[in-house]
Ligand binder design. Sequence first.
Ligand SMILES: NC(=O)c1ccc[n+]([C@@H]2O[C@H](COP(=O)([O-])OP(=O)(O)OC[C@H]3O[C@@H](n4cnc5c(N)ncnc54)[C@H](O)[C@@H]3O)[C@@H](O)[C@H]2O)c1
Ligand SMILES: [Zn+2]
Ligand SMILES: [Zn+2]
Length: 366
Amino acid sequence: MSPQLSPAVVLDPGSGLHMQEVSTRPAGPGEVEIEVRAAGVCHSDLHVVSGDWPTDRPLVLGHEAAGVVTGTGPGVSSVRPGDHVVLSWFAPCRRCRRCAAGQAWLCTGTKAVANTLPDGTTAFTGADGRPVWPYLGLGAFTNRLVVPESAAVRVPEELPFGIGALLGCSITTGVGAVVNTAGVRPGESAVVVGTGGVGLSVVMGLRLVGADPVIAVDLSPERLAVARRFGATHTLDGAHEDVAAWCRRELGGVDYAFEAIGSPKVIETLPDMLAAGGAAVLVGMTATDATGSFNLFDLADQGKRVLGCNYGSSVGEIDIPKLARLYLAGRLPLDELVGRTRPLSEAGAAFDDLRSHTGVRTILEP
Ligand SMILES: NC(=O)c1ccc[n+]([C@@H]2O[C@H](COP(=O)([O-])OP(=O)(O)OC[C@H]3O[C@@H](n4cnc5c(N)ncnc54)[C@H](O)[C@@H]3O)[C@@H](O)[C@H]2O)c1
Ligand SMILES: [Zn+2]
Ligand SMILES: [Zn+2]
């Protein structure tokens, strides 16, 4: 029997972004088969398309997704066919020292960032017989996937798939940046620069913990209007406002400055936004070789801190169901983060939505 082929959104270093038919092999030991129901288009996919994060091999893009378990390989115990799952793009190895210490987001044994399954292979084969690799160990812009068990996090069936998809990356990263990475407390002040899917989730997290004031900065008036509805008390136009000068003048500096763009130029301005003892939180991801500079005397003299934030310092199996419950309890207004839905064949247009900051998060439905 010839393998079943499905369309996939592939970025090939030679031929760029295109649709390609791929087959997916069945789950092996410790692996889970997934039927994807919704996948968000995150800037971390665009970083690959734009060449910020070069790849030497063809990748099925997509790493922010939710779906249904259709099969399990030997040894899998945490999910079974029919379960609804959110996919975690940083599948922890559960064996390294960081995992043992409960810091799955710092796992040193994961193969996800090498764009392979844990055993170094891929489950995808192109129609020409050549391997195609899963971006961040997932490759969710297609309809059938094989993922490691630690990447499939069971969530309640009443959770809409579009919300589940965004829980796979932007929401967990943004809310986690506030709650886990920074540990913001009620009444502390914060500025969020960049209010796309990730930055809006930071704003939502700040409201959840009772931060005040919360200043949102973006270039898009549409996004800033959403930020207001999510709890921003002030909004600033990043193109025309000197944000650091505003923070010092109006507030004497803020306790936290979150960057959710991935712009070295913006990141360099964060420490100047801070009050003494404040922290800059780097959530946006830059090109892999980016560097930046700060006034080092000011940093030491004023006791300012710079915090890196991978995946919102989250443990997927703990934090994703927690956020799903908060949404279902009406505590997180996640519906408004779900923007336009497009079929997989419109992936190119979905990337244009992201580039032009149109709407909120675009969802692809295989
Ligand atoms: N730390 C992590 O684990 C993690 C996880 C997911 C995404 N990311 C990264 O977070 C970043 C944001 O992702 P996203 O999907 O929300 O992207 P996005 O493109 O949806 O949002 C970026 C926002 O920044 C705004 N912006 C751009 N330049 C600006 C400027 N100079 N001043 C103010 N605003 C500006 C844009 O208008 C846009 O609204 C990306 O770099 C992505 O790779 C990091
Ligand atoms: Zn992402
Ligand atoms: Zn690990």
